[in-house]
Design a protein around this ligand. Structure first.
Ligand code: PGA
Length: 255
């Protein structure tokens, strides 16, 4: 069975004190309420990684992730954080290729392939994001674009290595807009991504990869989205900043 994951992407939000409070609340609620086959990941700003990891301890269900890493291992890259640094801090997950990184920081396929490589080489699990702008969907080019995004940053990997990657499909028009993809739109694209992986790596490999949906996931729509056969959880932005709502989203995986 594929691992179900609900990952919170805090983006650049919360003071340190607020962050610790949110982590403690999520920890308590998840301990009390979340059961079954779901992993919870808190992708927090870099300075909060170690404190968050320490608050969570060696938790069997909840872990911590970064929101980005450099394509370089070390050196004169002021302001950057590397995958070996994350490894040395026992951080298991890293989001790569988020649409905000693509849009505001000019990240593209070839660069992201390097980031995926260095993350994997350091034992991190990349949560690799893909997804189309509204205008691309309106031109009916969304399927081809997402296939290309998956291909250009992941298809150089061996089958064994690819299976260590988590994919997140996040239509850009649904991120932070309150406009969620319908369950059918999500399912259709997830099935296309899986089929595309199967065309290169075979069905068994494709079936083993967790594909998360992201874009205005909330407690009200999570259940329907997560009930789709090819949706293996969510990457949650705004709603991950509220402990009650985020926990309810994690609970929706098995309900
Ligand atoms: P959102 O963000 O849930 O606020 O739409 C999702 C994301 O950017 O990962």
């Amino acid at each position: 069975m594929r691992t179900k994951i609900v990952a919170g992407n805090w983006k650049m939000n919360k003071t340190f004190e607020e962050a610790n409070g949110l982590t403690s609340e999520v920890l308590g609620m998840v301990n009390d309420e979340v059961q079954g086959n779901v992993k919870v990941v808190l992708c927090v700003p870099f300075p909060y990684l170690i404190p968050t990891r320490n608050l969570l301890g060696n938790h069997p269900r909840i872990s911590v992730g970064a929101q980005n890493c450099s394509e370089h291992a070390s050196g004169a890259f002021t302001g950057e954080v590397s995958a070996p640094m994350l490894k040395s801090m026992n951080i298991p997950y890293v989001i790569l290729g988020h649409s905000e990184r693509r849009q505001y920081f000019g990240e593209g396929g070839a660069l992201l392939a390097k980031k995926v490589d260095i993350a994997l080489a350091n034992g991190l699990t990349p949560i690799y994001c893909c997804g189309e702008l509204l205008e691309v969907r309106e031109r009916n080019e969304h399927e081809a674009l997402v296939q290309k995004q998956v291909e250009e940053s992941l298809f150089h990997l061996s089958a064994e290595t690819l299976q260590k990657v988590v994919i997140a499909y996040e239509p850009v028009w649904a991120i932070g807009t309150g406009k969620t993809a319908s369950a059918q739109q999500a399912q259709d694209m997830h099935a296309i991504i899986r089929k595309h992986i199967a065309s290169k790596y075979g069905q068994a490999v494709a079936e083993s990869i967790s594909i998360l949906y992201g874009g205005s996931v909330n407690a009200a729509n999570a259940k329907e989205l997560f009930a789709c056969a090819d949706v293996d959880g969510g990457l949650v932005g705004g709603a991950s900043l509220k402990s009650r709502e985020f926990t309810d989203i994690a609970k929706a995986v098995n309900s």
